[in-house]
Design a protein around this ligand. Structure first.
Ligand SMILES: C[S@@+](CC[C@H](N)C(=O)[O-])C[C@H]1O[C@@H](n2cnc3c(N)ncnc32)[C@H](O)[C@@H]1O
Length: 267
């Protein structure tokens, strides 16, 4: 795909989906889109016409761009670290916490955090907001299922028996009302929409892989504004924040950054 074709495609995608491809690493995104469009047997201009007319093709493109692969308790060691080493400190002097699962896909991450919080010996009340820009994934999150057993393979067995009901015939699981009632799921684009504030814990994992460094940096700064004092940002296993100190964070563990500098002091 040449520069002109990519510019046309970017404009069309922004207009039709709200996804600004300028926030994604250009070379990687262009390579991925080139082979994706080749598979549809169109040239770029033909493809732009197709997504305008055909809703299913537009849906396919959105799925391709959002990559909504997820599972419960993804990277078990990171959730074990959250439970054993991060939450005890965070919950000191707190009786209620607000959590945001940003780029939550089908809710697996939000529900995993809910189960961990409910299982802690130190009882706290909590609310979890899950956001994503993919409506299909959000529909499953809001319904609390169905989740195939494949997506639950990393989840400790005691969570499965305690917090899910199972349709054995279909091999499908649904989270219990008790967990569902503590969550809200909303459509939200991290690269375009305003952010809510007042979170104690923000999980944004495996979402920014294709974002440019500038987009990631801006996002980390916006998360900083959304976190309360000493709040925690929980990132993916391979997501290292280069300029954590500049953004007002202190690294607490492989996947955890704590807001140390109050927002006002950085301005
Ligand atoms: C690979 S999944 C990760 C899900 C979950 N956080 C996890 O680690 O298992 C990435 C999710 O991020 C969402 N996403 C990507 N870009 C986004 C954006 N700009 N705003 C909101 N969600 C986005 C996708 O729709 C997708 O559901």
């Amino acid at each position: 795909m040449n520069d002109q074709e990519y510019a046309i495609l970017k404009k069309r995608v922004l207009g039709m989906t709200g996804i600004d491809l300028d926030n994604y690493k250009s070379q990687q995104m262009r390579r991925r889109l080139t082979s994706f469009i080749e598979n549809s047997s169109c040239d770029v201009i033909g493809y732009c016409r197709m997504i305008e007319k055909d809703e299913a093709s537009l849906r396919k493109l959105c799925d391709f761009l959002t990559i909504n692969v997820t599972e419960f308790y993804r990277d078990a060691w990171a959730f074990a670290d959250l439970e054993k080493n991060i939450l005890p400190g965070l919950l000191e002097n707190r009786v209620h916490i607000n959590v945001w699962s940003a780029g939550c896909s089908d809710g697996s991450e939000a529900y995993t955090i809910a189960m961990i919080l409910l299982s802690l010996p130190r009882k706290v009340t909590f609310h979890i907001l899950g956001t994503d820009m993919d409506e299909l994934s959000l529909a499953r999150a809001r319904a609390g299922g169905p989740y195939k057993d494949d997506f639950l393979k990393s989840l400790p067995k005691h969570y499965l028996s305690k917090y899910f009901s199972c349709d054995k015939g279909r091999g499908e699981y649904w989270v219990n009302k008790d967990i569902k009632d503590r969550t809200t799921f909303k459509k939200h684009n991290l690269l375009a929409d305003p952010f809510e504030k007042g979170f104690d814990l923000i999980a944004c994992r495996n979402v920014t892989i294709y974002f440019t460094e500038e987009a990631k940096d801006a996002l980390n700064r916006r998360f900083h504004e959304s976190l309360k004092e000493n709040g925690i940002l929980f990132v993916g296993a391979t997501e290292f924040m280069m300029n954590a100190m500049k953004c007002g964070y202190h690294k607490l563990g492989t996947c955890f950054y704590q807001k140390t500098v109050p927002s006002i002091a950085r301005i």
